[in-house]
Design a protein around this ligand. Structure first.
Ligand code: SF4
Length: 510
């Protein structure tokens, strides 16, 4: 395999680790690279000219993984003169110059606040034949102003804020992504409209704490905003999404129980295109553990929100995140978590065993729990969560669900001949296409009847009741992915990178 031949455009590959924020940042990295003239390596034969690692710092062994992967790439780079390696994301923001000290064959290190600089840094590193490390302490431009190559034709992420003003003791986000910065509603809505214009049916509004969105705007801050900003801003944003023609599904992640207000529940219930699904992190059901986590709500408040959501939307699917084995967690604390799980009746839960995240306050707390205790509690938690989610899913057998057909949800589909997608409430559904086999495309909408429920998915094995071809389906069939152009405010523009020079020596740049 070779890197791009002389005269052909340079190619790139992005390898992503971590959360939705990173997945969406990688869409921006791809958009930037393509605007700068690079071509995605998967679309061409040969070895990528640039490999970008978009890293995550939330796992204890994240750095081992990164340096392991960088080690594997070293011989590849040695064989391909002109190849460049860039490292960005949370681990880059944390480790900075250490990365090029530990892996001197890395060409560029960039942080979470300056994704937009990547093409310039790559050019500079190539020109100077030296590594470029650029980490900013705060955001230079809101990342959504960057061009974005979207991975899905039917569903898109839209950032409403970055960073977080909370200080949960297990979380690295405030240290690495900084204070919350909210995006103006007009900019958010115009990005949503651009996505919908290109066929997207579903949008997920993304922020570390969507409920604190707009608190600082004040009524005077946004002249076009119906009822001003302040505490009602997120509810207003949901209602405004309801006015966008062609937008069929609106989701959001993540809300924070501390800031969750009733007007958001009303907006969800009263805005037809807002899905009745709520992913609200619990983390622990014990008030003592919540206090130690520095999460300033208590279990009764959490359950109170759920009660109101269910009263307003009886069909709502509620999902959560739970950490077991936080430092100091006793068996009694863990039992409180099980109590809340039973009372909340989650349709699914992301469960995590607490692991130290270097740089967070919890990593150095007393009372770290032995691994076997954490493991044992974790297994009991999963059994409890699955029993409930299975019971909740079984209630849907015989019901009609609207499925937005996805690409590659579930490997079993290939074997079973089923297609997959998400119901409006976010549940994963596998369905038999019946006589419509071959006609249903990713992005189309299918109505079908649930015939079987498992803890993590629904099956619908009868003939579909209806199939609607959509513009997202047309785009998927044509192989088009939506792009949002971005506005390169304050960023230097550079032209397309010079085409790859024919290799003249067998040596890599460094
Ligand atoms: S709310 Fe807590 S867990 Fe979530 S990003 Fe902010 S600090 Fe981290």
């Amino acid at each position: 395999m070779t890197t791009a031949a002389a005269g052909s455009p340079r190619t790139y590959e992005v390898r992503t680790y971590g959360c939705q924020m990173n997945v969406h940042d990688s869409e921006r990295i791809s958009g930037l690279m393509e605007q700068a003239g690079y071509v995605r390596a998967a679309d061409t034969a040969g070895n990528p000219d640039v490999v970008v690692f978009n890293t995550c710092a939330v796992r204890e062994n994240a750095d081992n993984r990164l340096y392991g992967n960088l080690g594997h790439l070293r011989p590849v780079k040695d064989k391909h003169p002109g190849m460049q390696i860039a490292v960005g994301g949370c681990l880059a923001q944390k480790d900075r110059g250490d990365i090029v000290r530990k892996a001197p064959w890395v060409d560029v290190v960039f942080g979470t606040h300056n994704i937009g600089s990547l093409p310039v840094l790559l050019e500079r590193a190539r020109h100077n034949a030296a590594a470029e490390v650029e980490i900013l302490e705060s955001l230079d431009v809101f990342p959504s102003t960057l061009p974005t190559r979207r991975e899905s034709t039917y569903a898109g992420w839209v950032s409403i804020s970055v960073g977080c003003n909370n200080t949960c003791t297990f979380c690295i986000v405030p240290a690495l992504r900084g204070k919350e910065k909210d995006r103006r509603p007009g900019d958010i809505l115009s990005e949503v409209r651009t996505l919908v214009d290109s066929g997207v049916l579903e949008v997920t509004l993304l922020g570390q704490n969507v409920n604190s969105y707009g608190v600082d705007f004040g009524d005077a801050g946004e002249p076009n905003w119906k009822r001003g900003g302040g505490r009602s801003a997120f509810a207003e944003l949901l209602r405004a999404c309801g006015d966008i023609d062609g937008l069929e599904r609106v989701r959001f992640t993540s809300p924070h129980p501390k800031d969750f207000t009733d007007d958001v529940i009303a907006a969800m219930a009263e805005t037809p295109n807002v899905c009745h699904s709520l992913h609200m992190p619990l983390q622990s059901g014990s008030d003592d553990v919540l206090r130690a986590m520095r999460r300033s709500y208590r279990s009764d408040r959490y359950l109170g929100i759920i009660e109101k959501v269910r009263a307003a939307m009886p069909d709502a699917a509620i999902t959560t995140d739970i950490i077991v084995g936080f430092p100091g967690e006793t068996e009694a604390d863990f039992q409180r978590t099980l109590d809340v799980v039973r009372a909340a009746r989650f349709s699914s839960a992301f469960t995590f065993q607490y692991s130290k995240r270097p740089g967070t306050p919890a990593a150095t707390m007393d009372g770290q729990i032995p691994k076997q205790v954490v493991q044992e509690r974790y297994e009991r938690l999963i059994a409890c969560v699955e029993e409930i989610s299975w019971a909740e899913n079984k209630k849907l057998v015989g019901e009609t669900v609207e499925v937005l057909v996805a690409v590659g949800e579930g490997r079993k589909d290939v074997r079973t001949g089923r297609l997959s997608g998400r119901a409006r409430d976010g549940r994963l559904a596998h369905f038999d296409a019946g006589s419509l086999a071959g006609q249903i495309r990713p992005g189309d909408i299918v109505h079908t009847t649930v015939t079987y429920a498992a803890p993590h998915h629904l099956n619908a094995d009868g003939e579909p009741l209806a199939h609607r071809r959509t513009r997202a389906g047309d785009a998927a069939e044509a192989g088009r992915s939506p792009r949002t152009p971005g506005v390169l405010l304050g960023l230097p523009t550079i032209g397309a990178p010079a085409a790859a020079a024919a290799p003249t020596t067998g040596c890599a740049a460094h």
